[in-house]
Design a protein around this ligand. Structure first.
Ligand code: ATP
Ligand code: MG
Length: 566
């Protein structure tokens, strides 16, 4: 069965009766309005507000296939089952059905629709801790479906508790989470004692493959440190499309499935070596090139900042592996963006070779300024008959681990501190954007239309059509008009209607083709009416004050305004 067939079967199964899910469009790999994370790393990430009670325009049962990128797994790439970029099949109950419907459904999907043998399935359940009881309900449901007790394994918070920040203890106030139940496919291979005395579903020896995880999001962390049940119980299922395709085809290697076959054989041709003999390097190249192409397709270009930097790292890592195998990645079939980044990297290495002629240059200097890893520096040094000494190596390792720790902290902070601290700011700026849009139209005329927007916790950015820059007077007028609506303490409300009705009622809409047939229309009294997914604050007074900080002309007839709170 191909991966496309698996995806189609999955969507069809959950859309059909009695499951009756509605398909939602996958989110982009870089989430708008969420400055706290670099990439979408699961299907549930864009849905967080809806677990807490926000209403979704497509209802309470949703399904999709979400392209995901997990940088935190980059070091795992090279084993038989981890990718940085993968597709996650997801389905959700937003306060609708719960375990006793969901577990039999996902079981039916795996065994009947995909034909996985029941004997090959193992599951894990949450063993409980001081805050949350043992999940015996899930255990019993699996048992009633014919999974024998020996194949239902209890694990603690490290394995079977989900929240964005980790265990219940680590969750900040306001964060949601719950116990989960993972499904594993058993390849039945022999255990490798290198990975521990006994084999078990979460063992890394390769016998078991996690093909899906059902999270029961039903708790919220309270001020007093306790976990309280959410007003609604949610289900969040996620399963890797590539991994499910592995199980269906009984292939114990994700890089052998249809998606990777052509890439692997191209590398074999370019390198003149066999995959079998160079698995780790081939896997890294195949994964990183595929991830890079996915990022490039979404308009990201290599740079020294944020997503662009990650893209650059992925491309360079792939290029490096190819170099070690003796060829250039440009020998593969790749896009212009990726190809020219490789060209740049090869130049850097050439420059590094020149720099290395200076005896004062240390290996870590080459790494820090040019991103040249130690093994390449070794080659470069060899060309000028220079050797890497053990002192060089020690210094490199020390500096490198310092550097790694600070970037790890930076990215952990970005994810963790993130949404909890800043979502309020972001929500306010979302509503402020609607006020700005409406104010611009009132001051400059109906010719103004939105061309783009981007929100971080610090500021909003709004692109719109207008022939020339605004005068100082116009800018003041716009800013005053926004703040007047804030002073008026206007309620912000929404309704769910069809896109047709929304347009007929005069609601502004931007990129209508991105919306489903039913949309949310946010209204700020009679000042603004706009199609938008939300979330928004409840009253304009919560915004406080808005200040326009900059305007720019970014194209012909295209202006950009930056504004912030306070
Ligand atoms: P693992 O322990 O194998 O790294 P996980 O527990 O991190 O997986 P979840 O966060 O539960 O995974 O994600 C849901 C599903 O997505 C997993 O059951 C798996 O099928 C898939 N998945 C997760 N990470 C990856 C990855 N790096 N590559 C491929 N598939 C993945
Ligand atoms: Mg998991």
């Amino acid at each position: 069965m191909t991966s496309n067939e698996v995806r189609e079967k999955y969507l069809k199964f959950f859309i059909s009766a009695p499951r009756m899910h509605r398909e939602i469009a996958p989110a982009p790999l870089v989430l708008e309005g969420d400055p706290t994370t670099l990439f979408t790393s699961s299907g549930m990430q864009p849905l967080i507000p809806y677990f807490k009670g926000e209403k979704h325009s497509k209802g309470k049962r949703l399904v999709d296939s979400q392209p995901s990128l997990r940088l935190q797994d980059i070091e795992e790439v090279g084993d038989n089952r981890h990718e940085t970029f993968f597709e996650m099949l997801g389905n959700w109950s937003l306060g609708d059905y719960f375990k006793k419907e969901q577990i039999p459904w996902i079981f039916e999907f795996f065994t009947k629709e995909l034909g996985l043998s029941k004997e090959r399935l193992w599951v894990s359940v949450f063993e409980g801790n001081k805050d949350v009881p043992k999940d015996t309900e899930t255990f019993e449901i699996w048992k009633s479906l014919g999974i024998p007790e020996e194949r239902i394994v209890y694990y603690g918070v490290e394995k079977n508790w989900w929240s964005r920040s980790g265990s219940p203890n680590e969750m900040p106030v306001g964060e949601i989470g719950g116990p989960d139940s993972e499904i594993f496919f058993d390849f039945g291979t022999k255990h490798d004692p290198k990975y521990g005395e006994k084999c078990h579903p979460n063992c890394d020896c390769g016998r078991f493959l996690e093909i899906g995880n059902s999270v029961y999001i039903e708790y919220e962390k309270k001020e007093d440190g306790s976990l309280k049940e959410l007003p609604q119980k949610n289900v969040d299922f996620g399963g890797g499309l590539e991994r499910i395709t592995m199980a269906v085809n009984n292939l114990q290697d994700v890089f052998q499935i249809d998606i990777y076959k052509p890439i692997i054989s191209k590398i074999e041709k370019a390198v003149g070596k066999k995959y079998e003999d160079n698995k780790k390097a081939f896997r890294i190249i195949a994964d990183h090139i595929r991830a890079s192409e996915a990022l490039t397709c979404e308009g990201i270009i290599p740079s020294n900042k944020l997503q662009g930097y990650i893209l650059r790292r992925l491309i360079r890592r792939a290029a490096l592996k190819m170099r070690q195998l003796g060829v250039s990645v440009t020998d593969l079939d790749i896009s212009e963006v990726v190809g020219s980044e490789i060209g740049k990297f090869e130049k850097i290495i050439e420059n590094g070779t020149n720099l290395a002629k200076n005896p004062n240059i240390k290996p870590f200097d080459l790494y820090q300024s040019y991103g040249i890893p130690l093994e390449i520096t070794e080659e470069i040094f060899a060309e000028s008959a220079r050797k890497i000494t053990s002192a060089d190596r020690k210094e490199f390792e020390e500096e490198f681990s310092k550097h790694k720790e600070s970037s790890r902290k930076a990215s952990a902070g970005m994810f963790k501190g993130g949404l909890a601290d800043s979502s309020e700011e972001v929500t306010k700026l979302h509503t402020a954007t609607h006020l700005l849009h409406a104010s611009l139209r009132k001051v400059l005329g109906e010719g103004v239309s939105q061309k783009g927007s981007n929100i971080t916790s610090e500021r909003l950015r709004f692109d719109f059509s207008h022939p020339q820059k605004l005068t100082g007077e116009e800018l003041t007028k716009v800013e005053d008009l926004i703040n007047l609506q804030i002073e008026k303490k206007l309620p912000v409300s929404f309704e769910v209607v069809s896109l047709d009705e929304a347009v007929k009622s005069g609601a502004l809409h931007f990129f209508a083709e991105k919306y489903g047939e039913e949309v949310k229309v946010y209204t700020i009294e009679d000042f603004s009416r706009e199609v938008c997914g939300g979330p928004h604050i409840k009253n304009t007074s919560e915004i406080g004050h808005v200040k326009i900080i900059k305007q720019e002309k970014v194209g012909s007839g295209l202006l950009r305004i930056y504004a912030k709170l306070g």
